[in-house]
Design a protein around this ligand. Structure first.
Ligand code: AMP
Length: 207
């Protein structure tokens, strides 16, 4: 968990590599549906580009199909984002004989969110996420040479709205998990390496 720009995608990719997990980023899944050009994708684009959340029922059904397709341990990135999703995830895990072992919140001060998000670029080819210095052109991915792009929902105006949505819809999920004994908070305003080290140190159950 974490607000927009907290580093969920970056840290999930690192965790996937280290622990051979299946990384499910619901944002990436939705962006892939948009890229496919389907009618559903067009509908989703309208929602995401405004900075709103995709309806719970749709998210849950998309997610269940992916979860069923793997036996690996899973890292959920950007899900659940509402209490209804958290409840549906619990029910799904129970049905599938699985268990949520840890809930990691990457806590980033809001004063850092807008600058982080507006400097964010992502590679269309390999999905690498990086941050550019404002005013510096950066067109090519340093990892694979693919084209870098700015997500349409990463403008300053959209980020402010996404933060409002985060407060009203997603922060209640924190309280939902806080009483479960599985919830841990990590400071997000550190280097990605230090954030990763801190996360690994609390993931006792996957080690
Ligand atoms: P992300 O890549 O995690 O920042 O997600 C980008 C956008 O995708 C969000 O701002 C939402 O519009 C949508 N989205 C991603 N995950 C979810 C989710 N679990 N529930 C609803 N909408 C989501």
């Amino acid at each position: 968990m974490g607000c927009p720009g907290a580093g969920k995608g970056t840290q999930s990719a690192k965790l996937q590599d280290k622990f051979h997990l299946k990384h499910i980023s619901t944002g990436d899944v939705l962006r892939a549906e948009i890229a496919s050009g389907s009618a559903l994708g067009q509908e989703i684009a309208g929602i995401i580009n405004k900075g709103n959340l995709v309806p719970d029922e749709l998210m849950i059904s998309i997610l269940e199909n992916i979860v069923k397709s793997t036996d690996k341990g899973i890292i959920f990135d950007g899900f659940p984002r509402t209490v209804a999703q958290a409840e549906a995830l619990d029910a799904m895990m129970k049905r599938l004989g699985r268990e949520i072992t840890e809930v990691v919140m990457i806590d980033l001060p809001e004063s850092e969110v807008v600058s982080r998000i507006t400097s964010r670029r992502q590679c269309r080819k390999c999905g690498e996420i990086l941050h550019v210095t404002p005013g510096t052109p950066a067109n090519k991915c340093p990892v694979c040479g693919g084209e870098l792009y700015t997500r349409p929902d990463d403008t300053a105006e959209r980020v402010k709205h996404r933060l409002e949505v985060y407060h009203t819809e997603t922060l209640p999920v924190k309280s939902y998990y806080q009483n479960s004994g599985k919830y841990v908070e990590i400071k997000g305003n550190q280097t990605p390496e230090k954030v990763f080290e801190d996360i690994v140190s609390v993931l006792k159950k996957v080690k």
